[in-house]
Write a protein of this length. Structure first.
Length: 238
């Protein structure tokens, strides 16, 4: 069997005396969408940032395609990430932003029209980012992540700010993305939005993994939101 596309083992991160992430381990497999789910402050972003080499773990390892992010020979061609969709410069247009991103990652500018079309952002590609709605910013971030034609997408709260049409579109986009054997790891705290999108679930609460499994393993009479809330209740009583 091939190694998992993403493999996280024993990650722990403290900020001062506060332990934000404790001994977190899970995998995300090729051909599947893995949902990394938990309430606000659970440790999702910190874990994804450690995976992408943006935060140094105290202990543990995080591998993408078998290597730590910093050791990937061509990171942008391996993994596309959306971590902070507000990071783009407000005076640039979407197209300028993508041109800069291509230059920084050594990618051909010929990709720009493809990714704008892929996220259906052609209509606002020449407008200034400062005037974008949150949903437009999310699409631009996703377009940026797609520039290197990566096999793996890591998305922190990708449906934030999307309207119901945007959420339905994103679901279809991600399903198509993994259909050919590529991998998606996405975080969310809005379970109702991801229930129909994901294949596998990793639940984190107060820095600890509470449950890992496939959506199809959930009891028939429980939807993801119910299962999630009862898991968190159990965790709180412990
Ligand atoms: N740089 C930092 N310094 C101190 N504390 C931090 C830092 N980054 C995160 N934390 C704390 O670590 C905990 C986990 O934060 P994190 O952003 O990983 O949660 P999250 O699950 O992504 O939450 P949300 O759904 O609200 O985005 C929070 O209590 C947060 O305040």
């Amino acid at each position: 069997m091939n190694a998992p596309a993403i493999e996280i083992s024993g990650l722990t991160k403290r900020f001062g005396s506060f332990e934000a992430v404790h001994d977190v381990s899970f995998t995300a497999e090729a051909g599947r969408i893995t949902g990394f789910l938990g309430p606000n402050g659970a440790g999702k972003s910190t874990t994804l940032r450690m995976l992408l080499g943006l935060v140094r773990p105290d202990t543990g390892t995080a591998y993408i395609s078998g290597r730590p992010y910093r050791d990937l020979p061509s990171p942008a061609r391996t993994v596309g990430a959306v971590i902070d969709s507000a990071a783009a410069h407000p005076s640039m247009t979407a197209r300028d932003h993508l041109r800069t991103a291509c230059a920084l990652s050594g990618l051909p500018a010929a990709r720009i029209d493809d990714v704008l079309a892929a996220v259906r952002a052609e209509d606002f590609s020449d407008r200034r980012i400062g005037a974008f709605s949150t949903g437009m910013r999310q699409r631009l971030s996703l377009a940026t992540a797609l520039l290197g034609e990566p096999e793996i997408l890591v998305l922190d709260e990708p449906s934030n700010g999307l309207d119901p049409f945007g959420i339905a579109w994103l679901r279809g986009f991600l399903r198509d993305f993994v259909a050919g054997g590529r991998t998606v790891l996405l975080s969310s705290h809005v379970l109702s939005e991801v229930q129909q999108t994901i294949d596998d679930v990793v639940v984190i609460d107060r820095g600890r993994i509470r449950w890992r499994g496939s959506v199809s393993d959930l009891p028939d009479d429980q939807d993801l939101e119910q299962a999630f809330l009862s898991l968190l209740d159990e965790g709180a009583r412990r």
